[in-house]
Every structure is written in C-alpha cells, then in structure tokens.
Write a protein that binds this ligand. Sequence first.
Ligand code: SF4
Length: 378
Amino acid sequence: MSTHAFLSPSASHRWLVCPPSAKLCAKATDQSSEYAKQGTDAHSLCAYLIEKALGRDVSDPTENLDYYDQEMQQCAEGYADFVIEEYGKTRQSCGDAEVMVEQKVDFSRWVKGGTGTADCIILSDGTAEVIDFKYGLGIMVSADSEEHGGNPQLMCYCLGVLEMFDGIYDIDTLKMVIYQPRRENVSIYTMSKTELLRWAEDILAPTALLAAEGKGEFKAGTHCQFCRAKATCRKRAEYNLELAKYDFEMPDELEDYEIDDILMKVDQLTAWASDVKEYALNQALLGVDYSHFKVVEGRSNRKYTSEEDVAQAVTDAGYDPYEKKLLGITAMAALLGKKKFEELLGGMVYKPPGKPTLVSKSDRRLALKNTAQTDFKE
Ligand code: SF4
C-alpha cells in the first residue's frame, strides 16, 4: 500500500497526534459510509454551482446524485454564494484574483506521497484562501486548533497551494475557512506563510516520517473516533479502562474532583464501549465464539405487511385510517422556501429554553446561573 493512502490530509488531525495509527488504519478495510457518499454528492453539487456562477462550461451532475435532496441543494447554494462573495471581495483589491475548484494539491515535500483535493482556492496577490465545505452534521469543525494553530487538513492544503502558486502570486498570508452549513458554522483562521512553513518543518514532516514507518507513540483521545482501529486498539482500551481505578480507590464515595475527572472521559468511554460492542457483534456473526456471549434475535415491533392494503381495509370498514399532522419546521421551510417561511411564519416561531446540560467548559455557550443555589441562599 502506498503511503498516500493513509497519510491523507483529512486524517492528519489523527495521525499527527497518534502517528502509528496510520499504519494500523491502513490494514483495516475501507468501508465508505453512507455519510461519506452523501458528502461526495454534496461536494459535486457545490463544485458545479461555483463553476456555473463563474460562467464556466460545466454539466449539471444532479441527476447522477444518489443522495440529492432539497437540503443538499440549499446547502450547496449557500456555499456557492459564500465563495462568490469572498471572490468578489478579493477582486476589489486584486484584479488578477483567481478561483480554483476541486484543485489537486501536492505537499509531498513534507509528507511522503502527500496529496489532496482542496474544495476551493481563491488566489490573489499576497493571500491565498482555502475554503473547505463540510456537509457533516455530527461534529462541528473548526478552522483553528489548539495543537497546530490552524486546522491541519487545511494547513496541508495551504502547503500544496504554496508549492503550486507562491511563485505567481507572492503569497505571504494563508486564510483557511471551514464552511459547514448544517451546523450553521463558518470558521476562519489566518496564518502567515512563515508560521505555516515552520509548522511544516518542525511538526508535520518529522511526524509524517514516524507515521509512514509505523513508529511514534500511540495516543488515545477524541481523535480515536475517526480511527479504523478504534474497536481493537489496545491503547484506547487502556486509556478508557483507566476509569476502573475508581473501583479500588480509598474513599467509599467519589470526591467532586474525581467526578470531574470521570466526566472528562465519559463521552469517549461510552463511544469506545459501543465501538467494541459493534465490532464484537460483527465478529460473532462471522463465526467468532466469545466465551460469555452469544448472538440472539433482537426485539422487534409489529408491522403492517402492506400499508396500502391496511388503509383500504380500514376505509372500506367506514373509518379514517390517517392522522393529519402539521409539518415540522425543517419540512415546512423546505416546502415554502426560506423567504416565504420568514414572511409567513417568522413571528410564529420561537425557541424554548433547552434542558440544562452538563458540557465541557470549552463549549462556547454561556454557563447557566446556578438557580438552585441562588434559591437556597435566599
Ligand atoms: S484508536 Fe486511538 S490510540 Fe488507537 S491507534 Fe487509533 S488513534 Fe491511536
């Protein structure tokens, strides 16, 4: 297997933290998820809409998209508008600004076999902007990161951009943008060329070398959820099972600082446990015999054999088999379109306060006032 297959920019946030994961992942089979296929379709639509807006000769891919729907259309249109707006702003200061869509970039000077495809690049004198479209909903993606400054995937693309275009545009600043419409997230981070090249030399290149050779330290953390070895990795198991130490710690009840410690890990712990369960089920279905576990048929609910036949039978008997329900907000917005929705229903939509939820202090939401404590004091 070539190094390029596993030292990909999109997985760089993982292999930069846990270099040997790259080789471990390369051994596992690549099962492209439904979400990934949906993302690929959305990217095709995005690329088409930008090229079309720029007046280029492109063909509409819509009829070949398996996952195309109204939401995808709206997200892609929003993204294309954003790109064109960014391009317009750039052109005000640089008449030679250029937009590249789905541009292959090569940063193999630092990462052996390192290539990738940047969704969109806007080039102008002094600045290169790399815009990455994320169709995923699950995780909010940021253009910056604590460990590297910027998002490492975008930083790899920016290195590729420097390799190709620095000579032509004399780039000194790199602007990285994540556009994630389904989370209403537009995240921007700017970095100088000097900073980027220093990171590439000091961090990226040496770590990529370790990763390519399967060397370096295993390190578990939130990045494990994107690792193909996540169910069987020993390091991740050790990391999560560290919680077992609370079984034999001295006091009978946990102190607040210990609860704090557990809360820090509990999401990862439950994610790990369900990854192991899912893996074990698949293995058992393939014939692996676990001494304490067996596969049985899960619970199921009764179903109609044919909804049409049921509706007909109930209607013939003189009853109405259907219930009438108001469309939900998302479906209603899709039916009416954003503008009409605002016009007709803007004043009839409200957001009730959410249930109190315990989250990490790094979460951007403001902390709720502790009402129980205040009441008590009063
Ligand atoms: S599961 Fe986590 S610790 Fe294990 S190889 Fe993957 S990223 Fe590294």
